[in-house]
Design a protein. Structure first.
Lengths: 268, 445
């Protein structure tokens, strides 16, 4: 009896130890991608701007001096100013331009005599502060736009590291949807028109369920543009299916959210 | 024992690590034209026959016109009718979406026409084929001879539903029709539908006419004509044919344009070689001077809200574009590029100003933002000018002259249109040579 209890305890301990040791290996960690290293392409010119070592500099200066001397002995002075024929318009060119202006029959277009602008006008030209009334609005718009694009890039960085898809997998999916999405080009570029669609996918990439996250906005008055964008995004997703999803890791991408942002396209 | 087991099993049950939701940002799409199927409109069997309109062909004609309109935008690709599987009448009731998806269509237009009691009743539906649902539907009644406008209105509604901006098909273009050799041109005012149909001539061609512009209701036109060899601004009522000289100016007036509310005309008035910008109230006939400068100020155009005016002036030496408040204050130069800028026109959307630019003997049509930034040249040619906006601010119409020989042979002037993206440049159909186009606003608004 005691023997069997002993055996039982022994084997249980073995089983517990085994599971305790092997379980951590079964846990699926998100794929640990190496951090992105940004690479700058630099053009290498023929001449380097690294300063010469003092010794080399001396030698080079000596050589240059010698060269100079040789040049001055043999060649005539080369200090002649270069002519710039391209600066002076050819007589033919001038003629053509004049003729063209003459051809206009519209009195609006009568070419006025060139006048010298008075000091007062010059002042006006330089004083750009008063354009503010017009520019300010544009600036605001731009600021909003910039803000938004910053947010987007942050979220995409978050995606590739914290969640499931690898960069290449995400790119493949993006490229596929880019091809299917006909962006309605009449939309205003300065409105917040981000459409978020949540998808539930099957293993083969076909869509089980699609849901526009801000669905109520579609039927709100004055949100015509949002509705049109949301519809175009839904069309794109449906047209694209089956989506190009990775062969493994279904659990990771079973639910996926697509953020359609046309701002970049509409700014043209 | 149970405790040990629970220690092992419970963590296993909760092992399924919950992953955060994957988010993918889609910031780009394609610019390919949207494939759309326009099924011929079904002609109701109860339709009565009419003498001047071929009823049997009516449905087909309307659908063809819709297709033509769509094709001209460059945004849609109407699919060939031979590939259509479903008959028009059944398709209009309930399309078999899978059949239409087979031919790669993304949207479908179906419709029905009925002519009864001398009236044409037309209805249409727009279907989203990928979502398998109706997007919009509309019916209206008109006289049968108006069938072309029916097609244009349907096109406008579909365009608006799919792109998010107003259409521009139910519109007209007024222009200067030109005939005869180059040194003896006969110029008449002409008006046509935007697709080139229904051309009518408004003047006889005795006097030289230039720069016609619509008023906001499209009833009146202001233009320049010569009176005793002096260019003067005229006003013409299209419906009645009445015309009158605008204002009692001693010198020449030119470059007229209506204000956005249609109550004023803004134009240039030249005296002693100096021209400034003036407005005239059409009700009170009060004339107001807007600019007062020794330079030549011309081609004024209001912003759509009427608060600003853009015009061109040579006050800095070369002709450039300036913007000021509508009372003449706060004047700013906005064009700073190399070359000469002229004919600025404010977009109906208010965001852009179109212009003609001349540089190194080439003519460009371009757009820039109202503050002068973002200058983009859309098209370059030997001679072209006078851009005018489509009512939705998406397309520009302008005229282009082809190079002529030393004796004026081979010379033509035609209207062209171009999208503000710089794509989809098209020659417009006109009966004669044409120049100085001006696009009306939507007629059915």
């Amino acid at each position: 009896m005691t023997k069997s209890i002993f055996y039982s305890i022994f084997f249980h301990i073995v089983v517990i130890l085994l599971t305790a040791l092997s379980l951590p290996f079964m846990a699926r960690h998100p794929i640990d991608l190496p951090p992105i290293v940004s690479v700058d392409f630099i053009q290498i010119s023929d001449k380097t701007n690294i300063p010469y070592a003092p010794k080399a500099r001396k030698i080079i200066e000596d050589v240059k001096k010698e060269e100079k001397r040789v040049v001055s002995e043999q060649a005539p002075p080369a200090a002649k100013a270069k002519e710039k024929p391209d600066r002076i318009p050819l007589p033919n060119e001038k003629k053509e331009e004049k003729e063209l202006v003459k051809k206009k029959q519209n009195p609006e277009e009568i070419k006025p005599q060139i006048r010298q602008s008075s000091e007062f006008e010059k002042k006006e030209l330089v004083d750009t502060n008063q354009i503010a009334a017009l520019i300010d609005k544009a600036k605001e718009e731009e600021a909003i736009k910039k803000d938004k694009s910053n947010k987007l890039t942050q979220s995409s960085v978050k995606n590739s590291f914290a969640t499931g898809l690898s960069l290449s997998e995400e790119d493949a999916l993006k490229a596929q949807i880019f091809g299917c999405w006909s962006v309605p080009l009449g939309l205003p570029f300065n409105e917040n028109l981000l459409v978020r669609i949540k998808l539930e996918l099957k293993k083969d990439g076909t869509i089980l369920k699609s849901e526009i996250l801000d669905h109520e906005r579609m039927n709100r008055p004055g949100q015509k543009f949002y509705k049109i964008l949301a519809e175009s995004a839904l069309r794109a997703v449906r047209l694209c299916q089956p989506l190009k999803v990775p062969p493994t890791g279904y659990e990771k991408w079973k639910n996926i959210q697509l953020n359609f942002d046309p701002t970049e396209m509409l700014q043209g | 024992m149970k405790r040990i087991l629970s220690f092992i099993i419970i963590p296993l049950l909760f092992f399924k690590n919950s992953f955060a939701l994957i988010e993918v940002d889609i910031t780009r799409g394609n610019l390919d034209p949207l494939p759309i199927a326009v099924s011929p409109l079904h002609v109701d069997v109860k339709s009565e026959n009419l003498n001047d309109v071929k009823i049997k062909k009516l449905g087909e004609n309307i659908s063809e016109l819709i297709e033509k309109n769509f094709k001209s935008t460059g945004l849609f690709n109407p699919l060939k009718k031979e590939a259509f599987v479903q008959k028009p009448d059944i398709a209009h009731l309930k399309p078999r979406f899978e059949d239409w998806r087979l031919i790669k269509a993304q949207a479908l237009v179906t419709g029905k026409v009925l002519v009864k009691g001398g009236k044409l009743k037309a209805e249409f539906r727009l279907w989203d084929l990928t979502a398998a649902q109706e997007m919009t539907a509309l019916a209206f009644t008109t006289t049968p001879s108006n069938w072309r406008r029916v097609a244009h209105i349907i096109s406008d509604k579909i365009y608006e539903r799919l792109t998010g901006e107003e259409g521009y098909f139910d519109t007209r273009i007024i222009y200067v029709s030109e005939t005869g050799p180059k040194n003896q041109r006969v110029k008449k005012l002409a008006i046509m539908d935007q697709d080139g149909a229904n051309t009518k001539y408004l003047t006889l061609g005795n006097e030289l006419v230039l720069t016609p512009r619509f008023n906001p209701t499209n009833q009146m036109v202001t233009y320049l004509s010569y009176f005793r060899n002096l260019p003067r601004v005229y006003l013409l009522d299209i419906e009645t044919g009445n015309q009158e000289v605008v204002g009692n100016f001693p010198g020449m007036t030119f470059a007229p344009r209506f204000s956005p509310d249609g109550k004023k005309i803004i134009m240039s008035f030249a005296k002693d070689g100096n021209s400034d910008i003036y407005t005239m109230d059409l009700d009170t006939r009060i004339v107001e001077r807007i600019t007062d400068h020794s330079s030549i100020d011309t081609s004024p155009s209001y912003s759509p809200d009427g608060k600003y005016i853009c015009f061109n002036s040579d006050r800095s030496g070369l002709q450039q574009i300036y913007v000021m408040r509508s009372d003449g204050s706060n004047l700013k130069r906005i064009s700073f590029g190399k070359g000469i800028y002229g004919t600025p026109v404010w977009s109906p959307r208010g965001d852009l100003i179109a212009f003609t630019k001349v540089r190194k003997g080439k003519f460009y049509i371009g757009v820039m933002r109202a503050d002068g930034t973002g200058e983009r040249l859309l098209t370059e040619n030997f001679y072209q000018e006078a851009p005018s906006w489509s009512p939705n601010g998406r397309v520009l119409v302008f005229y282009r002259e082809t190079k002529s020989g030393p004796k004026g042979e081979g010379f033509t002037a035609k209207l062209w249109s171009i999208d503000i993206t710089g794509y989809n440049e098209r020659k417009m159909k006109t009966e004669t040579d044409a120049s100085d186009p001006s696009w009306s606003s939507l007629l059915s608004k």
